[in-house]
Design a protein around this ligand. Structure first.
Ligand code: ADP
Ligand code: MG
Length: 375
């Protein structure tokens, strides 16, 4: 699906109101029933249905009638909600060309008012397997199970939190600018992914730099898990920038000690680099820094709970296989529920809360437009 940001211009306040209502409804419904949507959006005279038609036309929603009449956001709809929020915050003013596409992300250039170009990464966790599994899932039983919306948001939050923490410790990473929903805004890295570079002027220096980064990560209690030529950018001056660390784990993570040991053994064999046993950080040394780092991550909103949720669907590595193995099966049947409790009271509480939030959102919106008019 192509991200056509021109559509943003044609979307009215009511369009966004209904789009937001779908997002809120999706917290506890995979497909949001039409009547609930109408109640959350609260538009008069059947306004919601007219707006829904418009949103469908622009492919921001998906209409599902398989079990009951309802709607869910498409990636495009979720993209627009994030973009609108970030534009309102003044983070950027326009979206440019696409500069990268991954299995689970799309990267675009965005421009700020003064012409500065930044990179926008839209996480798309579960893009590949969502459709296949969706049909198997039972609406009531999975009412509170993790959705791709939640998972993509977690992935973005994780990337943002790590990027900020890494930058604070002088690691060569893009500057983390802002984060909303599944979207991370960061500085644009000049240069190319290392995989595209045919010849290096100073391969030894680059090698040392890269190994230096791995060692320094370990000293901070971090394991990258996917440090390769796709995720290292290099510019004409052969400056290195590390991007993309979805699987990065801190040693406080349950498997990290085991992983760290297997990492050290594998590395020595494969690369035949002479490493002085005593100069390597021990697991004990590493854990000293890890707690400080965990606190920094939590400051950005990425807590142990978020890491655990993400681990359940995206185990960071498979120790039985090899060190870079990465299993990602976002919609494994069962075992993913946040709460197995599904009584009716809880549902109506949820709905009440959603309606209240929608109301306060509307008040904020009205206040903001009053302020703009007053200026
Ligand atoms: P994925 O998680 O899908 O692998 P990446 O973060 O590795 O996504 O980005 C995919 C591609 O997008 C990269 O290989 C690179 O070409 C480009 N890219 C990502 N982030 C930036 C950035 N900050 N500046 C410039 N290009 C970037
Ligand atoms: Mg990558």
């Amino acid at each position: 699906m192509k991200l056509d940001v021109n559509v943003l211009r044609y979307l009215s306040k009511d369009d966004f109101r209904v789009l937001t209502a779908v997002e809120m409804g999706m917290r506890n419904h995979e497909i949001v029933p039409s009547e609930l949507l109408d109640r959350i959006a609260g538009l008069k005279h059947g306004g919601t249905y007219k707006v829904l038609k418009n949103l469908l036309k622009y492919k921001l929603l998906h209409h599902d009638r398989s079990k009951y009449d309802g709607f869910r956001l498409t990636y495009l709809g979720y993209d627009f909600l994030a973009i609108k929020t970030l534009v309102n915050r003044g983070v950027f003013t326009g979206v440019g060309r696409q500069i990268g596409v991954g299995k689970e992300s799309d990267i675009f250039e965005v421009a700020q008012e003064d012409g500065t170009i930044l990179a926008m990464k839209l996480h798309r966790l579960g893009r590949t397997s969502f459709r296949a599994v969706k049909s198997k899932r039972d609406y009531l039983r999975h009412r509170s199970s993790f959705s791709w919306l939640y998972l993509s948001r977690l992935a973005a939050l994780k990337e943002f939190a790590f990027m900020k923490a890494l930058e604070e410790h002088d690691f060569p990473v893009p500057k983390a600018i802002d984060c909303n929903r599944h979207c991370v805004i960061m500085s644009l890295v000049q240069g190319y992914p290392m995989v595209q570079v045919k010849q290096l002027q100073n391969p030894e220096t680059i090698f040392e730099k890269i190994i230096g980064i791995v060692v320094r990560l370990a000293e901070h209690g971090l394991i990258h898990c996917d440090f390769n030529e796709f995720n290292i950018m290099i510019d004409d001056e052969e400056k290195i920038t590390m991007i993309d660390f979805p699987q990065m784990v801190s040693v406080s993570h349950q498997n990290a000690q085991m992983f760290s040991i297997s990492f050290q053994e594998d590395r020595d064999d494969e690369t035949e680099v002479e490493v002085d046993e005593n100069s390597r950080p021990s697991f004990y040394d590493i854990t000293k820094d890890a707690n400080a780092l965990d606190r920094e991550l939590e400051a950005s909103g990425f807590t142990k709970k978020e890491q655990n949720d993400l681990d359940k669907v995206c185990p960071p590595y498979d120790l039985s296989n090899n060190i870079t193995a990465y299993l990602c099966e976002p919609f494994i049947e069962g075992g993913l529920e946040k709460s197995t409790d599904s009584d009716e009271d809880e549902e109506s509480d949820d709905e009440e809360q959603t309606l209240n939030e929608m109301e306060s959102l509307q008040l904020q919106e009205e206040k903001r437009s009053d302020e703009v008019e007053a200026e």
